[in-house]
Structures are given as structure tokens and as C-alpha cells.
Design a protein around this ligand. Structure first.
Ligand code: AMP
Length: 571
């Protein structure tokens, strides 16, 4: 493997790479950097996320910037705001010793005025999501007439998200002589069409080829009844105390509900999805990056571009519809030379999806069993013992208490003492898993012929596995909704502000234009209702009422409540 020096990179950037601890180029960097530095043409590179592709295009892009020119010379387009922020940070890091490089990230959900100001202050590199950049173009706030390098990052995902028209509009505003570099994890016919349409005889670079998954990732699957997926997820987490995972769901609602259900059961989890404000997303991501959060529950879109090192597991609570999404999800682990596990917890009826992924990705999915009680308890016990062995003891500080402690414990034998210390933490698991049943579905016995594809419907199978806090919640109607400027995040903030409680007391929030329903823990329900009855919103009297259905703001309850609301309004 070559060194960064041998790729022809200038000294200032080499210094920055060394500051970042990059010792050797990754294969994609080795393959693309020399061509992008010296060549003149376009490039379409097939590269997985996590392979170092940001530096692969970022370094040559920075080398091409004339810092004396205070105009946008390079444009990077990426599908999500998270990825935009990540790329611009990476570029700033690579340019740490290159004075005069000014990178501005442009994406929705943040102040457009600040972004315009950033551009007007002489940005020479813009990293943007297509939607927000179109906004800026329409306002005449950005001029792309001097762009000599355009990068389309995660092109496949931009197309999946419906940005094709926006891409055309944006690229039409750039000079035809520019160089275009396209990076994509998959080379679908749509991506190929884009490469043909927007680029001139692009050189195609493929690392690993096709829809091939990253080899640093082990693919595993466990089969349970669909309704047992939540229990199975908890068992996998309990069996792996060092787990640091992203759990994928298909919908925003499921993502939110799963994170809430995990939190209720004592797990350190939070959700990231498109219904959260940018600020809320940033907060969740900061906790996750700082490893203060063990389980990040995410939708596909929200997790795009998340670059967090050491993600040990990607867990598919729901398998995605497309193979590309599976590849992107899995690519959140096994990054930068590390290994990772991509685990699918599937209902029996989804086994055929695993087979199909195996065929398309040409990788083997290893069948694993959901850990049983004995296994979980053993692993927890060993971890606890490891912690006891490794804990740092401040001998000096503890010394003066030791006489009293020894006196108090004098009656206990060494053996008894150890048992008690261990039980302090271990009891929870013993209790939880006493009489725990086996969650695994034995596929062979379901289909005597040994075929596992598309098993018949299993009696009693219900697909929705996430437990709702039935009975523990009551529903409150409030005459404030989206037309008053509320989204779920704002409503939660407002609820916390008026009630003085933290967010954990509130459950699902169902927002409508003129009113909303909020699930509130029964123990604080009357208190919250009382506080809201006395409250005003922007000078308007607030009306609250108890919704029907005893919490669990589901569709049926909502219809009943809406009827009641309309009736009340007519009266
Ligand atoms: P990317 O595919 O650009 O998102 O990069 C994935 C991760 O690999 C990021 O955390 C980078 O900081 C890291 N990385 C990129 N190139 C290198 C390298 N040559 N050596 C070590 N780490 C790298």
C-alpha cells in the first residue's frame, strides 16, 4: 500500500492528515486521488460509505481551490443535512493548514440567513443539500458560475430521495467545463443514467464492485415471531453489554415508539427521525457521538451520513424494502478498518427477504439464535466481574471509611460478600429472565422440506411488536396544533415548560392543524391538566380536556376524540 506522500498531495494537507491520525490511504483514496489530482476528466466512483471517500474527493477538491478567488469554486451535493455537516467538517479538517479555504454548509432546518452570510463572506467551497441550494439559487444568494469542481456524493441516495430534478436545475447553473465527480454506494441504472447525463466520458472506478457489501461487516439474522422482535432486541442488547448500536426502523412513528419503549424498560436509547427539529437531532447525535447513548433508533433517511466510529452493531428491527438501503444501513458499522455486525431480527414471514439480500449482495447471512436466559446471565455476570476487577480504587480516599466498613461486614464470609456484591447489579437480569421462554422460531420444523423461503403465515402472528404503555397513560386534548407553529418537538418543549416536568412523562403526541392529543403518564395527568387549564398561549385561552381511550393515542381513539371536539365546537 502506498503512502499519502506518494499520491502527490501537498505538504499542508499531508500535515492535516497526520494531525487526524490518517497513516495510510484507504483503497478508494489510493485509487482516486492521483487521477483526480492530475487528470482533467470526470469520474464515477462506486464506493461504500465508511471507506474514506470524503477524503478521496475532498483532498483533490481542496488542491484545486485558488484561495485568492473569493467565489464558489467547488460544490459538493449530498442527500442529508447530517452528511453535509460531516463533509464540511472533514473538508475543514483537511484544510486546517491551508489558509484562505472557506467552506460553507447549506442545508434545510438551519438559518438560511447565516448560510447566505457565510457564502457572501467569500466561501470558495459550498457543501449543500439540493433542496436548500435551490432555495438560495432562487433568491439569487449564490452564484455557481465559477464552479470548476462538482461532487455528487451518495448519488444513489439523492435519486432515491427524489432530488433528480433539483440536481438538473443546480448543475445547469454551473459551467459546462467543470469537472464532475460522482460517488455512489450502488450503481443502479438510475445512477448510471445520471452519470451519463451529467458527465463527460466519466472514468468508472469500482471498489469491490456492484452492490457488494463491505467485507468488514458480518451479516447475521435471527428468526422470531414478528410480535417477539422487541423482546428479541432486548435480549441481544443484554447479551452484549459493550454494544453500541444503531437500530433501524422503517417509519418515523415506529422509530419514536421503539426508542420510548426501550427507555421505559431501562435501556439507554433515543430516536432520530425527520419529525425532530434540527436542534433535537443535533442533541441526540451529540449524545450518541459522545457515547452517552447506547442505542440510536433511526429511520433510513435520518441515519444517512452518520459517521460515528466504533458502532458495533447495526440492527434491522425492520428489514428495508430495497437492497441499497440495507447496504447503506450496514455501512454505519465496520468503518475505517474496524469490524462490525449487521443483525436482522426478522419475523418468520421475512426469511425470504434475507435470502434475496444474500443473492443480491453475494454475502452470506449467518443464522444466529436469540440468546437465552442462561447465556445472557452468564455474559452479564462476566462483565460485572470484569468491572469489579478493573475499577480504580482511590485507596487514600476510601481508607478512612474502611474500619467502619470492615466492622459492618465482619459477619459475612468472603464467599457471601462476593455473592452480595455481584447480586447488587445481577438481580435485575436474574429476575427479568427467570422463566424466560425461547424466542427462536425453528424454521426446519415449520417447513418439513427444509425450505426456509416465505414460510406460511404462522398462527396468531401479529406484526406490531412494540409494547405501548397501556393504562399507564391518559390522553389530553389541547386546542393548539400545527397552525399555531407546533411540531412534536416544540409541543414537547411547551409541555415541559408549562408543567415543569421532563419529557419522560409524556408519550405520543398526535398533532393536527387546530388541536392535538398528548399521552401523559397517569400519575401526573391531573396535575398537568390543572396547569394547562390555567394557561394562556399568546394571549389565547387554552382549552384542555381528557381524550377518550385512556392514553395510547391511536387512530380509533383519535376519531372518537375528533368527533367530540367538533361537537363541542358546534355547541
Ligand atoms: P468516509 O467514508 O469518508 O465517511 O470515512 C469513514 C471514516 O474513515 C471517517 O471517520 C474518516 O475520518 C476515516 N478515514 C478516512 N480515511 C482514512 C484513512 N486514510 N485512515 C484512517 N481513517 C480514515
Amino acid at each position: 500500500m502506498s503512502s499519502f506522500e506518494s499520491l502527490g498531495i501537498r505538504a499542508e494537507i499531508l500535515r492535516a492528515l497526520s494531525d487526524l491520525g490518517f497513516e495510510k490511504p484507504t483503497p478508494v483514496q489510493e485509487r482516486t486521488i492521483p487521477t483526480l489530482l492530475t487528470g482533467k476528466g470526470d469520474m464515477a466512483a462506486l464506493a461504500q460509505t465508511g471507506t474514506g471517500k470524503t477524503a478521496a474527493f475532498g483532498i483533490p477538491l481542496l488542491e484545486r481551490i485558488d484561495t485568492a478567488v473569493h467565489q464558489v469554486q467547488a460544490l459538493v451535493l449530498a442527500p442529508t443535512r447530517e452528511l453535509c455537516v460531516q463533509i464540511s467538517k472533514d473538508l475543514e479538517n483537511f484544510a486546517a493548514h491551508l489558509p484562505g479555504i472557506k467552506v460553507v454548509a447549506v442545508y434545510g432546518g438551519a438559518s438560511i440567513r447565516d448560510q447566505v452570510r457565510g457564502i457572501q463572506r467569500g466561501a470558495n467551497v459550498v457543501v449543500a443539500t439540493p433542496g436548500r441550494l435551490i432555495d438560495l439559487l432562487e433568491r439569487g444568494a449564490v452564484d455557481l458560475g465559477q464552479v470548476h469542481t462538482a461532487v455528487l456524493d451518495e448519488a444513489d441516495e439523492m435519486l432515491n430521495m427524489g432530488f433528480q430534478e433539483d440536481l438538473t436545475t443546480i448543475l445547469e447553473r454551473t459551467p459546462p467545463t467543470k469537472r464532475t465527480w460522482l460517488f455512489s454506494a450502488t450503481m443502479s441504472p438510475e445512477v448510471r443514467r445520471i452519470a451519463k447525463g451529467y458527465m463527460n466520458e466519466a472514468e468508472e472506478v469500482s471498489l469491490g464492485g456492484g452492490n457488494k457489501a463491505n467485507e468488514a461487516i458480518q451479516h447475521r439474522y435471527a428468526v422470531v415471531m414478528a410480535r417477539d422482535r422487541f423482546l428479541a432486541l432486548k435480549r441481544f442488547v443484554d447479551a452484549e453489554p459493550g454494544m453500541f448500536a444503531i437500530v433501524f426502523c422503517r417509519t418515523k412513528q415506529e422509530t419514536q415508539e421503539l426508542a420510548e419503549a426501550l427507555t421505559r424498560d431501562g435501556y439507554n436509547a433515543d430516536a432520530i427521525h425527520g419529525d425532530l427539529s434540527q436542534q433535537q437531532r443535533d442533541r441526540v447525535m451529540a449524545r450518541y457521538r459522545g457515547k452517552n447513548l447506547q442505542l440510536l433508533v433511526a429511520t433510513d433517511v435520518a441515519a444517512r451520513g452518520i459517521d460515528v466510529s466504533n458502532v458495533s452493531h447495526v440492527i434491522h428491527f425492520d428489514l428495508p424494502g430495497e437492497v441499497e438501503s440495507y447496504t447503506h444501513r450496514s455501512g454505519r458499522t465496520g468503518r475505517a478498518g474496524k469490524t462490525g455486525i449487521s443483525l436482522s431480527i426478522i419475523g418468520v414471514r421475512d426469511v425470504f427477504k434475507v435470502r434475496s439480500l444474500e443473492r443480491q449482495l453475494k454475502v452470506h447471512f449467518a443464522y444466529v439464535r436469540v440468546p437465552d436466559a442462561a447465556e445472557i446471565c452468564e455474559r452479564q455476570l462476566l462483565t460485572l466481574i470484569g468491572k469489579i476487577k478493573q475499577v480504580e480504587v482511590d485507596h487514600e480516599a476510601i481508607e478512612r471509611f474502611m474500619d467502619a466498613v470492615n466492622l459492618d461486614l465482619a459477619d459475612l464470609s468472603r464467599e457471601e460478600l462476593i455473592k452480595r456484591v455481584v447480586s447488587l447489579e445481577f438481580n435485575r437480569f436474574l429476575k427479568q429472565y427467570r422463566n424466560a421462554r425461547d424466542l427462536n422460531v425453528d424454521l426446519a420444523s415449520k417447513d418439513r422440506k427444509g425450505k426456509t423461503a416465505a414460510p406460511a403465515r404462522v398462527e396468531g402472528e401479529r406484526r406490531d411488536p412494540i409494547p405501548r404503555p397501556a393504562g399507564t397513560m391518559r390522553s389530553m386534548f389541547i386546542n393548539l396544533g400545527t397552525k399555531d407553529g407546533f411540531d412534536k418537538g416544540r409541543m414537547l418543549g411547551y409541555l415541559c415548560g408549562i408543567s415543569g416536568l421532563d419529557g419522560s412523562h409524556f408519550g405520543r403526541i398526535l398533532l393536527k392543524e387546530a388541536f392535538s392529543f398528548i399521552d401523559i403518564e397517569s400519575s401526573v395527568f391531573d396535575q398537568v391538566m390543572g396547569q394547562f387549564k390555567a394557561a394562556n398561549y399568546k394571549g389565547r385561552r387554552i382549552r384542555v380536556d381528557e381524550g377518550e381511550g385512556g392514553g395510547n393515542t391511536g387512530a380509533r381513539d383519535f376519531r372518537a376524540d375528533k368527533k367530540r371536539f367538533n361537537k363541542a365546537r358546534r355547541q
